[in-house]
Design a protein around this ligand. Sequence first.
Ligand code: NAP
Length: 471
Amino acid sequence: MLELHSYIAGEKLPGNSMLEVYNPYNGSLVGTVSQATLKDTQSAIAAGLKGGQPLTRYERYEILDKTKQLLLERKEMFAQLICAESGLSINETLYEVGRATDVLSFAAMEALQDDGDIYSCDISPQGKARKIYTCREPIDLAVAITPFNHPLNQVVHKVAPAIAAGAPLILKPSEKTPLTAIRFTELLYEAGLPPYMLSVLVGPTKEVAQVLVQDKRVQLVSFTGSVAVGKSIASSVGYKKLVLELGGNAALIVLDDADMDLAIKLAAEGSFRNSGQRCTAVKRILVHKKIADTFTERFVEEAKQYTFGDPSDPATRVGTVIDEPAAKYLEEVVQKAVAQGARVLLGGQRHGALMEPTVIANVPRNAQMVTCESFGPLAPIMKVKDLDDAIALTNSTVYGLASGVVTQNLEHAIKAIKSLKVGTVNINEVPGYRLEKSPFGGIKDSGLGIKEGVIEAMKCFSYVKTYSLPW
Ligand code: NAP
């Protein structure tokens, strides 16, 4: 059992009040974390603002690179910790640690890049002999709030770009998976990160998260999580930069000209990987009516390969969802869809926090399962008439995060890219495919259209300064 601590600029918070974190699969106590009070939150803000010796670009590179090396050395330990506190299968958590090392690599490289532009001013009749230059300066203090579904990678996606940009940060991880975030913070300190650059706080929402969000001295809130919490932050954040990466219900469109083998593989990977708990996981499979029966029959066989059970067993592909209430919600939306005429072809049952990979056909378009985000391993299949119908159905919900389209027809691909109201369209790939440094983020209720990914996130953690000189 781990006994971990919140940190204010490198100082451990004493364990007066401890948050307990339980394994969602077997209910065992994985660890405890000391919780911050309102006073601690204010101290963390003061410590971040007080700052310290600014880091050179090379120092930022070195810290990020060293952290990556330490993470690689302790890959197994981190994978096991994520597995224990989230219930994600060990295969997924090993993959997640790999992704996090990519984020650190890219952030280290970006820290070395120049970020300025030059504008010569003698290029119009109104011009003159001057040059305008731009450079980026780190903001004074940022706050990052992260969700449970990638306990490490969501954290690294905010912390690494902040360090690369030179901005001090206060991290508030999910109370469901705080242990990995704390261990990662310790890794950064060990790699030489000056303590003022990062605090990590766990504690009651009213004393920590809400205080951080509303403090006028915080210049950026970068939030990843649910639509409801994201919108409540938007209404209370006041005058500061805001990044919101919220929920989704991504569609995978399978057209009648699709490569069937590829479509089946993408539908299964998109629906069941990470226990279906990715904001870009496939939440609706929209299949052309001409091929729907063949697709469905073969997809069920593929879905049977996704073994579920003990997340720590390397043979398990699908672990639990985050907790029993989450699994109960999934079971409930399956039952509601069945009451509306849907048919469960595989799975549908829950065992504690373990939701079976579930294939469900004939799902009505107004079923809660597909109009709202169902954050788990459910694969609802819906028939569509043609591409236009698929586009209209994809665009019909409040979300706008990501989509995938399986087709061998370039015209169909281009039409889908142009018409889908989402942040990302992947052709012949799962909706969630990305490089850790490529721009990523949603529109509509999925986000404000401000992207993350290492390069875009670094822009969020800094301001452009313009200066000019006679030339
Ligand atoms: P959540 O319930 O919204 O929680 C996210 C974070 O917000 C947690 O750290 C939570 O802290 C904190 N929080 C709760 N209430 C708050 C408040 N009033 N003010 C400020 N912060 C508050 O989300 P989740 O259930 O952890 O994560 C799943 C959701 O995240 C899904 O909807 C998923 O689609 C979305 N997501 C989106 C992306 C993306 O990039 N678009 C990526 C991953 C996940 P506590 O844990 O202490 O309550």
